[in-house]
Design a protein around this ligand. Structure first.
Ligand SMILES: [Zn+2]
Length: 140
């Protein structure tokens, strides 16, 4: 496990809690949490749809949640994914681009972990910067 602070552990725990509300029809549960510019944590979960392409990822749900409360920037994001097969907890390309649009800067940390039996598997925690995951973002 990589070294994470108590604050980051709290962010991961918030993502885990948000995962409980995931609306899953065919995939797997994902929870996310962002530390927003107001210093508060906002959670989000994936919401699937039977119509392909209409569902929402947990990361975008968490960002939208922060925006709903007046935030325009996020400082950090945590993602927890239900352990299922070989799935790998990492934001999808669309989410990375979305995160980029709200990130305080390209160095914000993205914490990623797997979950099993309601607990975060801390040995699976990975920490990357947004820039590492999305070195060439689309910008206008
Ligand atoms: Zn996504």
């Amino acid at each position: 496990m990589v070294g994470i602070s108590e604050k980051e552990k709290k962010l991961l725990e918030a993502a885990l809690k948000s995962m409980d509300n995931a609306y899953v029809l065919w995939g797997f549960k994902v929870g996310a949490a962002v530390l927003a510019e107001d210093g508060k944590i906002y959670g989000g979960c994936n919401v699937e749809s039977w119509v392909s392409g209409l569902g929402t990822c947990a990361e975008r749900c968490a960002i939208d949640h922060a925006v709903l409360h007046g935030n325009r920037k996020i400082r950090e994001l945590a993602l927890v994914m239900e352990l299922k097969g070989n799935n790998n907890p990492v934001p999808c390309g669309a989410c990375l681009q979305y995160i980029y649009g709200f990130a305080e800067n390209s160095k914000i940390k993205i914490l990623m972990a797997k979950e099993k039996d309601g607990k975060i598997l801390f040995e699976t925690v990975k920490v990357k910067t947004l820039e590492e995951l999305l070195p060439y973002p689309f910008r206008k």
